[in-house]
Design a protein around this ligand. Sequence first.
Ligand code: SAH
Ligand code: DHB
Ligand code: MG
Length: 214
Amino acid sequence: MTAGSLASYADDLFNVEDALLRGFREEAFAQGLPPIQVPGELARILQVLIVQSSARTILEVGTLFGYSSIIMARVLPPGGHITSLEVNPKHVALARSNLQAAGVADRVTIVEGPAVRSLTALSGRNFDFVFIDADKSSYPEYLEHALALTHAGSTIVADNVWRGGRVDHPEPSDVDAVGASRYNRMLAENPRLLTALIPTRDGADGAAVSVVLP
Ligand code: SAH
Ligand code: DHB
Ligand code: MG
């Protein structure tokens, strides 16, 4: 544990990761998946927002090995459901196996394929909660789809919208920061959205939390 770190302090005190999730995380790293699942403090923020907003239908963009899907599924009310989009078949396979082992496979549907294609196919569906956490360069496109797939009162959360401060530049140096920077500006300029940026990883990154206004 890092002394003086709010993130690790919060993560320890309000721990979300049980032995099962820890095992999934270690197995995913052993298989070479990137260690980019939600940090503990954001995991708990997602759970609080889902419970607070009484969300029953959740759309996730970016499944990885199912870590955040399981964390969100655990606070869903009976009958609640998550649709999670993932392009990498290896990630999809491991996530499906993890969802089974965690006992939430009936509550989570993973849709394999590029997220924009899957989002287009979801046209007409409606979600109470959207968690955007895939390729950052496509965040603006994901937001357009999220707005079409939500209703007044829905919550839209996006991870990695600060990127060590690289978004705070007129022309960010990498495509990830360009996407996240454009995403943040779209949030700010949309009168249908009320948005707060929340620091994560002790300010190294951040999450955008938006509510869709009536
Ligand atoms: N939400 C996960 C972490 C997601 S990491 C968690 O916290 O546990 C980002 C994921 O997005 C990776 O698995 C990556 O394969 C996926 N991804 C990247 N580009 C994508 C795309 N165009 N469509 C769908 N998924 C994509
Ligand atoms: C990266 C992606 C993430 O979703 C994340 O939480 C951290 C890092 C990345 O692609 O570098
Ligand atoms: Mg992320």
